[in-house]
Design a protein around this ligand. Structure first.
Ligand SMILES: *[C@@H]1O[C@H](CO)[C@@H](O)[C@H](O)[C@H]1NC(C)=O
Ligand SMILES: *[C@@H]1O[C@H](CO)[C@@H](O)[C@H](O)[C@H]1NC(C)=O
Length: 203
């Protein structure tokens, strides 16, 4: 009941935004798909309890990474590109292990479709550290060590970083943001994102 009201309030906030960055359309779609209940059902309940997926270390992109990369002078555009490339890769890995009849198959497929729209059209790399990470990501999987991560944890990170990178610009709204078991990145640790002033964004 209470969540229904919160969702409704989220919609009101959305309605007030007249002209938004064109990518916001996709971040809103993503936000909706990645809300807690969906993540829990499709990425938790529908997988065996201790199921883990092997990803590379570079594919783990958490709040702390964003903070540290920001402090090292990376641009928001670079981080958004990195986040979309990494998560598209992760989703590909998840879908590879799922038989088509698995109840999460369609869910991951839809997420992948949205990510295709969020991938950078032309990747502008401006800092060496991002260049290094991209370089490592381009290498085939077997060349690096892996890390076993639960599928839900991967999408939890995806969701949190979505907020860290787009919440302000796209007016994202998470009706559960107060819930202890679904925390977002601590906003105080995310330096303000200001370099969207020159994009097509207006309020
Ligand atoms: C994020 O941080 C972890 C732990 O420090 C590290 O292993 C990982 O490579 C980092 N991810 C990226 C994309 O830099
Ligand atoms: C906007 O772009 C102009 C020219 O490209 C630049 O001089 C200015 O610093 C930019 N402003 C912001 C807020 O990024």
């Amino acid at each position: 009941m209470r969540r229904g009201i919160l969702l409704f309030l989220c919609m009101l906030v959305l309605g007030r935004t007249s002209v938004i960055h064109y990518k916001c359309e996709f971040t809103h779609a993503l936000n909706e798909k990645l809300l807690y209940d969906n993540r829990l059902t499709y990425m938790g309940d529908y997988f065996p309890k201790d199921y883990k997926i092997i990803v590379r270390y570079e594919e783990v992109l958490r709040c702390q990474n964003i903070t540290s990369l920001r402090n090292q002078g990376t641009t928001v555009e670079e981080l958004r590109s990195l986040w979309s490339i990494i998560n598209e890769g992760i989703l590909m890995k998840i879908i590879e292990v799922l038989p088509e009849k698995h109840p999460s198959f369609g869910y991951i497929k839809e997420l992948l479709k949205i990510f295709t729209q969020l991938l950078p059209d032309n990747l502008k790399i401006q800092t060496e550290i991002i260049e290094d990470i991209m370089e490592r990501l381009r290498k085939p999987d077997e060349t690096g060590p892996g890390k076993a991560v639960r599928p839900k944890a991967l999408l939890d990170n995806c969701f949190r970083v979505l907020y860290a990178l787009y919440e302000e610009e796209c007016n994202l709204c998470n009706p559960r943001s107060e819930a202890e078991d679904d925390t977002l990145c601590p906003s105080a640790t995310i330096p303000p994102i200001i370099d969207y002033k020159n994009s097509s964004y207006e309020r």
